[in-house]
Design a protein around this ligand. Structure first.
Ligand code: FDA
Length: 325
């Protein structure tokens, strides 16, 4: 898979922009908020889907640029409320300035979180590369100290530090801890991360178990069959499942728009058939829905960061029966 992906990434400079756009259409809801809302309404009606909305763009170079993201996300909040969508937000802290001025990024996120809290909407802080892991966690903890509990972080199973982060966060937040766990898209070096497929899967499964055992809310973000299978077994072993009130001792009461202590999460356009199957069995299954006019930069950056993504996309394109939208 690695070589195939790297070959595709090597060819990117000669791939016409319109072709990238044509492929990206599957994974991105559109260029603007209207397109995103339209798609959410359609998917809600057709398959009862729920969402986490990402405004494309990250790592600003001037702190003033964060203002544009705050305002766009505020518009998203209003549209979610207006259309009564089952949706929350996913935000990238670097788009709010965390690499430029952590204090100001925190102020920016606080503003958005306050508005979201008024509308009873949750915000997920996406996890970016390891330069911002600690700052992202710190901001989340600071927001909880301010009484803004409608926020949670993503942790990346591939990072060696993640088990310690789960312990530290759950010790501080107790059942208010709300995680998304994913493998981690950024291919970090072996000094700080697992690098082999099997090790990453094992680490992901261990993290899911640790999070479930802590009483935290767990968003299981994967399309990988072995991880999904392990998650379903872990849930069953704890008496958790669709329609069952969270049986874990000390767990938080079910919050609006959330599952009974857990949910599955998948990217728009990736293994939709698996997501729909989980949903039809009663599991809350959330779609990560990116939109925005920076789709080209976003697509190219993702492919360069992780050439496996290029290979997945090529396979989904050439063998559509293996990966339905
Ligand atoms: P794996 O990579 O093994 O994929 C399993 C199968 O799924 C592949 O064989 C392929 O068929 C399909 N597939 C996976 N990705 C695909 C793609 N892009 N296009 C087409 N097919 C694909 N990472 C991070 O570092 N920070 C974050 O905040 C997030 N947030 C996040 C939210 C949600 C909802 C999801 C699902 C994922 C993330 N990620 C992320 C990305 C995550 O870390 C990881 O890189 C991808 O989910 C791929 O890992 P899988 O567990 O799906 O396994």
């Amino acid at each position: 898979m690695g070589l195939f992906g790297r070959m595709i990434v090597g060819m990117l400079p000669i791939v016409p922009r319109f072709f990238v756009g044509w492929i990206a259409k599957r994974y991105i809801a559109g260029k603007d908020l209207d397109s995103a809302v339209e798609l959410m309404l359609r998917m809600q009606e057709q398959e009862g889907a729920c969402f986490t909305v990402d405004v494309l763009g990250e790592e600003i170079t001037d702190i003033a640029e964060a203002q544009g993201f705050i305002e766009e996300y505020e518009r998203v909040l209003d549209r979610i409320t207006e259309h009564r969508l089952d949706a929350h937000l996913s935000v990238k802290p670097t788009a709010f300035g965390v690499l430029l001025d952590e204090r100001q990024a925190s102020v920016n996120l606080e503003r958005l979180l306050r508005k979201a809290a008024e509308q009873d909407i949750f915000i997920r802080l996406d996890m970016e590369d390891r330069r911002v892991t600690q700052a992202t966690i710190d901001i989340c903890l600071r927001m909880h100290e301010l009484g803004l509990t409608n926020v949670g972080v993503v942790l990346q199973a591939r990072l060696l530090r993640t088990p310690a982060d789960i312990t530290a966060i759950t010790e501080k937040l107790g059942p208010a801890a709300d995680f998304r766990i994913c493998k981690g898209i950024y291919l970090e070096p072996a000094e700080v991360a697992h690098t082999g497929y099997r090790e990453v899967v094992d680490a992901m499964n261990d993290c899911i178990e640790a999070m479930l055992d802590s009483g935290a809310y767990v968003g299981i973000a994967t399309h990988d069959h072995p991880v999904i299978k392990h998650s379903l077994e872990s849930l069953t072993a704890r008496g958790m499942g669709p329609g069952i009130p969270d049986p874990r001792k000390g767990a938080a009461p079910e919050r609006s728009g959330k599952g009974p202590g857990y949910e599955f999460q998948m990217l728009l356009g990736v293994r939709g058939n698996v997501r729909r199957r989980l949903k039809s069995r009663g599991h809350k299954s959330r779609v990560y829905l990116p939109y925005g006019d920076r789709w080209y930069e976003y697509s190219i950056r993702r492919l360069r960061e992780n050439p496996d993504v290029a290979a997945h996309i090529a396979r989904a394109f050439l063998m559509p029966w293996t990966n339905r939208r």
